[in-house]
Design a protein around this ligand. Structure first.
Ligand code: AMP
Length: 398
């Protein structure tokens, strides 16, 4: 029995296959460039050579799903594996979805109804579910929403100070994203630190291409750095994070760009990429910084400063002293420099690092990186959103 986790985007289907009982990852991969001449894909099975996923030109999500199954069947280890359930990542659940749900026609139309809030994500997410239903007609599908974890945050935290009708008529409020990751790593941290399930306070920093931070009290999100879209908050790979709300208008006036072009610029060519002028990739920027590139250094400094300031702000929502600060995501798990610069700026709040642990406790296992016995603790916790979705799928079905 296996659970297939699907993350269906506008031109790609990422997947991971888990043994439902042992939670072992049996396979993973991606079908990408869908809808184009160059549709291609790869299947990774631990212990086997990577296998191509054969896709015709212009392949759709449904074609991709068929091809993924065909590729799985070619693996000696997997040919008898039975996909008994599917778990889907869906980006926006709005105010309607506050947890994972079994897919029904109403759930799919609910996801489509929220397309105005996440046009680039919810439509392909819904199409991915329909493709899975076509290819696995007997298996139940479960949806897990990136926003659901934040449905516990209070109105004073999620409302913008704009006229009320924008909220009531147009759903304008802060939602928060990366919830699956923050929930997964915070649950893991509670276990690792033996914290009281009903009495803990955590700050969680998910730093990947997208970056967000979350304040968590007793397992529930109380605040997020992200807003109505994932642009709000800290500096990210290509996203600016917070800017003056008047910036859009100013840039339009100064440059003649359209509003749409400015939005595109703030999402696609800003952040680390915009500041450094060279890359959105923290590995590349770290190498450039170590070689004396002052723009790369500034990009890293702004990234860490804005992250530290965001974390300090989130502490207000904890209404008490944090037990721990967690780092996760590609940068959070791997960049000792980002962790070091960020934590240094939080020294006034009692955060400190053990430099040796910060060097050794990276992606593979994570671990505590603050000096023994200090509180709050600082921790690296590797995230695993696919496993979190597989677990949620199993929980709903049982
Ligand atoms: P994710 O979206 O979680 O896969 O994270 C992607 C980000 O993680 C990119 O900015 C990568 O540069 C960064 N990253 C991955 N490995 C490392 C590393 N060893 N050191 C610094 N950054 C890394």
């Amino acid at each position: 029995m296996a659970t297939l986790v699907i993350n269906s985007g506008s031109s790609s289907v990422k997947f991971a296959l888990f043994d439902t009982l042992s939670e072992a990852c049996l396979a993973s991969g991606i079908a990408e460039c869908l809808g184009t001449e160059n549709a291609t894909g790869e299947l990774i099975v631990p212990g086997e050579k990577n296998r191509p996923i054969n896709l015709r030109k212009g392949a759709t999500a449904t074609d991709a799903m068929h091809a993924i199954v065909a590729a799985l069947r070619l693996s000696p280890a997997l040919k008898n594996v039975d996909v008994t359930a599917l778990g889907h990542r869906v980006v926006h659940g709005g105010e309607r979805f506050s947890g994972p749900e079994l897919v029904t026609d109403e759930v799919i139309s609910g996801i489509r109804d929220l397309c105005s809030l996440a046009p680039l994500h919810n439509a392909p997410n819904a199409s991915g579910i329909e493709a899975a239903q076509a290819v696995f007609p007997k298996a139940p599908n479960i949806v897990v929403f990136d926003t659901a974890f934040y449905q516990t945050i209070a109105p004073k935290v999620y409302r913008y100070a704009v006229p009320e009708n924008l909220y009531t008529d147009h759903a304008v409020r802060r939602y928060g994203f990366h919830g699956t990751s923050h929930q997964f790593v915070s649950t893991e941290a509670v276990k690792r630190l033996s914290l009281d399930l009903n009495n803990h306070r955590l700050l969680s920093a998910h730093l990947g291409n997208g970056c967000s931070a979350t304040a968590i009290v007793n397992g529930k999100a109380v605040d997020t750095s992200m807003g109505i879209t994932p642009l709000e908050g800290m500096v990210m790979g290509t996203r600016s994070g917070n800017v003056d709300p008047n910036l859009h208008g100013y840039i339009v006036d100064q440059t003649g760009m359209t509003l749409k072009e400015v939005t595109e610029m703030l999402n696609k060519v800003s952040g680390l990429l915009g500041l450094s002028g060279t890359s959105n990739d923290m590995r590349t920027l770290t190498a450039h910084h170590l070689n004396g590139d002052s723009r790369a250094t500034l990009a890293i400094e702004v990234f860490c400063f804005r992250l530290a300031r965001e974390l300090a702000g989130l502490m207000v929502s904890l209404e008490g002293t944090p037990d721990a600060l967690l780092f996760t995501g590609g940068i959070g798990e791997n960049s000792r420099i980002v962790r070091e610069i960020t934590v240094k700026q939080l020294a006034a709040f009692g955060f400190a690092l053990d430099l040796e642990s910060n060097l050794s406790n990276g992606r593979d296992r994570g671990g505590v990186i603050s000096p023994d016995g200090t509180s709050p603790a600082v921790l690296v916790v590797p995230t695993n959103e696919e496993l979190a979705i597989a677990r949620a799928t199993k929980a709903i079905l049982s």
